[in-house]
Design a protein around this ligand. Structure first.
Ligand code: C2E
Ligand code: MG
Ligand code: MG
Length: 761
């Protein structure tokens, strides 16, 4: 629809409004003229009156169309006003001509019309209009003087002309001054409007009752509300719950300071979370300051809010990255250290104790090496989740090392747990046990099921240390102790732990050179048939004698060799030496016996193992069925499918397989059945207490029976007494190995033993 005002152009609307006001004045003037005519106050002929009124109307309508079509924007706006006023002036002068006695009244109306120009015209235009009016009026008087001198009062007219001549320039000056003032005010307002429209910051003003008195349009961007909607809201409802208290407190505090007559200006900048119309929130940095009137009285509060959501997010992200392990999302060493120090602080104050669990995954390195880092990462993530689940909400799990800052000997497979408010150490033991069983549950990685165990070292505040470093170091040492105790267990720190940890470090450094310096050698322990008393085989046991450390037992150095990966080369050497020795005995004319070699998991997961075995057999010329490979029961848990595959391949080249330390692991009969093994070696812990412990007796009986049903060769380890020997024989155990018959001995001694045994049979 063609409206009077254009909807989208405020400036144009304003101009049209002003124009219509002037048009209104025309209407009034025309009405006055007609009333004057009908009262016979003027002698203006009707034709002139109608023609004048119509002409001025038509002109004004043309002008309106110019405005409405926007053509006026090509001209200067005041020039159109000038045109309008020129027409009006001319028309008034026509009326003046006929007004006679009413001339002074008409002149007064003219003056009023001129005042309108005060607000619209510039000084030069005003001067022009004044001159125009002066000339017009003089012309009218001159014309009258010539045509109807009777209507002229000479003195009055001279007075009128003089007044016009003096007053009109004066009007022009006032008009100019007012116009300039108006222009500068409107420029200033336009600038302010432009600023508030274009600034992304939201500016708002509150009165002292904290009610909005102004909100800039940019609030629409920030909060999705129109400024008018915000004006009707309460200030505090603008903030999310987290920021409301801060805002209230700060404004109250500012007001108190301001009221106390503080000289400097009081302002505060806060980071506040603000609610949006759609329910989401944005972070703002809002500066509050007081607004004063010209008497320096505080009349309100000015607020400027800036959207800092992006910055805040980036800051939070940086903060998160700096304090968390990227892989698992657990607190990293830095954050854990902070939390630990807080725990120390609060434990000291309340005289409480707390514990640190240092968890290290056993065999993590193997997974990383054989399945790749992605698999390792997946495992760590899963473990982190499990540990978190096995703890109370107040306990903290951290991951101290990321892949990048792994220090040599350990992969990033360490976790730390902080258990606060410990009243009883049993409580800690329970948690540690829970963590161990959590770790042990099977997990599927890259489509393969595997199991991983953990070793845990525990230190307790304040007994084992009163500061971060000591507590961490001692828990770490206790963890190594747990590894040496056969892994998959937890150990509390004790004074012994310290020396052992030190030992471990020296072991590691010396072991690296042990092979090339020929410090390693083998001892051989006989296996005997319980029925025939004949030596059926021999187990090769690794020995290390170091010039500084002396004799180091396999239980001490083999875990280190496993963790560092050195076991692969050492194991290769063991196998080669043992086989070569066995062939040498045969060459000496001794009866052939089988030689058993212990393998660790690390070796079993080695791709080259099968090749290595074949090479050893080829090089030494030993019959494959004389080689027996011993794996421990605990290895069976780890990735059973893969293990079965490897073992089957070994089995297929004719090598025999034995399951060592049986009874200590968690394998079930059904589980064992899947493995292609020939021999079951019952762990010596069952044999040790045979005479006293009826439970052990029952277990041994069951194991022997089970071995028989699976057609396995059952060997008892660690037989030390005649009583044990007899018991086993009675229960038809196949073979035995132990100090009772022979300790592990040097190759020569074993040859003697074999020779003697052979002849005595
Ligand atoms: P294992 O394979 O179970 O070896 C038997 C262990 O029991 C040997 O300890 C042996 O000396 C000990 N032993 C045998 N009879 C008796 C007895 O009557 N009483 C007592 N108290 N002990 C007895 P050792 O030589 O200290 O070896 C410990 C473990 O180290 C072995 O346990 C085996 O798991 C591992 N090991 C030894 N040599 C090697 C090797 O070359 N490679 C690998 N991977 N592991 C090895
Ligand atoms: Mg063994
Ligand atoms: Mg054993």
């Amino acid at each position: 629809m063609f409206g009077v005002f254009p909807k989208d152009d405020l400036d144009q609307t304003l101009r049209i409004k002003r124009f219509l006001m002037a048009f209104g004045a025309y209407l009034i003037w025309s009405a006055i003229c007609f009333i004057g005519y009908s009262l016979e106050l003027t002698t203006v002929p009707l034709s002139i009156l109608v023609a004048g009124v119509s002409a001025s109307f038509i002109l004004n309508i043309i002008l309106y169309s110019i405005f409405r079509t926007g053509l006026n924007k090509n001209f200067k706006d005041p020039s159109l006003t000038l045109l309008q006023m020129v027409i009006a002036t001319f028309w008034i002068m026509v009326v003046v001509y006929y007004a006679y006695e009413a001339r002074s009244g008409v002149l007064l109306v003219y003056m009023v019309v001129l005042v309108f120009g005060f607000f619209r015209l510039r000084i030069r235009q005003f001067l022009f209009l004044s001159v125009f009016a002066f000339v017009n009026y003089s012309a009218v008087i001159f014309l009258l003087y010539k045509t109807h001198p009777e209507y002229i009062n000479k003195n009055v007219e001279i007075f009128n002309i003089v007044v016009l001549a003096f007053i009109l320039p004066w009007f022009a000056v006032i008009g100019g001054y007012i116009t300039n003032l108006r222009i500068s005010i409107s420029n200033a307002l336009a600038t302010i409007e432009r600023l508030t429209n274009n600034i992304r910051d939201v500016i708002f003003v509150l009165d002292m009752n904290l009610e909005y008195t102004y909100v800039s349009p940019s609030v629409k961007n920030l909060r999705g509300y129109e400024p008018e909607e915000v004006m009707n809201q309460l200030l505090y409802n603008s903030f999310s719950n987290s920021s409301r208290d801060t805002a209230i407190k700060t404004l109250a505090e500012m007001t108190v300071i301001e009221k106390s007559g503080h000289k400097n200006s009081v302002d505060r900048t806060l980071q506040l979370e603000v609610t949006r119309k759609d329910g989401s929130t944005v972070w703002t940095e809002t500066k509050f300051s007081f607004v004063k009137d010209k008497n320096k009285r505080t009349v309100g509060i000015l607020g400027v809010s800036r959207d800092i959501t992006e910055r805040k997010r980036a800051e939070e992200r940086i903060q998160y990255l700096a304090t968390h392990d990227v892989l698992t999302g657990l607190p990293n060493r830095m954050m854990f250290s902070q939390l630990l120090n807080q725990a120390i602080e609060s434990a000291r104050r309340h005289e409480r104790q707390f514990a640190i669990l240092f968890i290290d995954l056993d065999r993590f390195k193997i997974i990383n090496d054989t399945m790749g880092h992605d698999a390792g990462d997946e495992l760590l993530k899963d473990m982190a989740k499990r540990f978190r689940q096995s703890l109370r909400a107040v306990d903290i799990v951290g991951r101290p090392q990321e892949r990048n800052d792994v220090v040599g000997r350990l992969g990033g497979d360490e976790f730390i747990v902080l258990i606060e408010e410990v009243s009883d150490l049993n409580q800690v033991a329970v948690v540690a046990q829970r963590v161990l069983s959590m770790a042990m549950k099977p997990m599927v990685i890259l489509g393969e099921e595997c199991r991983v165990t953990a070793s845990i070292g525990i230190s307790v505040y304040p007994t084992d240390g009163e500061d971060e470093q000591t507590l961490m170091r001692n828990a770490d040492m206790a963890m190594y102790f747990a590894k040496e105790e056969g892994k998959n267990n937890f150990q509390f720190y004790s004074q012994n732990t310290q020396s052992q940890a030190f030992e471990r470090l020296t072991i590691e450094t010396n072991l690296r050179k042990a092979l090339e310096r020929n410090e390693l050698y083998l001892e051989y322990q006989a296996k005997m048939d319980l029925k025939t008393r004949a030596i059926t085989g021999v187990e090769a046991l690794l020995r290390w004698k170091n010039p500084i450390l002396g004799s180091v037992t396999p239980t001490q150095f083999i875990p280190v060799a496993e963790e560092t990966g050195m076991i692969v080369s050492i194991g290769r050497w063991v196998m080669k030496t043992a086989c070569a020795q066995n062939v040498a005995w045969q060459r000496q004319g001794l009866p052939p016996v089988s030689v058993a070699v212990n393998l660790s998991l690390r070796q079993l997961m080695d791709d080259k193992l099968l090749e290595d075995i074949k090479t050893v057999l080829d090089d030494t010329g030993m019959a494959p069925n004389l080689l027996e490979i011993e794996i421990t029961e605990s290895m069976v848990m780890y990735k059973p499918e893969r293990l079965i595959e490897v073992l089957t391949k070994i089995k297929n080249i004719g090598v025999r397989l034995a399951l060592d330390d049986f009874g200590t692991g968690y394998s079930s009969l059904a589980h064992i059945k899947q493995f292609p093994i020939d021999t079951l070696k019952v762990d010596r812990s069952f044999i040790r207490n045979l005479s006293q412990n009826s439970e052990d007796k029952a277990i041994i009986e069951a194991i022997i029976a089970m071995g028989k049903t699976l057609s396995l060769n059952v060997v008892a380890e660690g037989v030390e007494t005649m009583a044990q020997d007899e018991f086993l024989r009675e229960h038809i155990c196949d073979e035995m190995q132990g100090y009772y018959f022979s300790k592990p001995v040097a190759a020569d001694q074993f040859a003697d033993l074999l020779r003697k045994n052979n002849t005595s049979l």
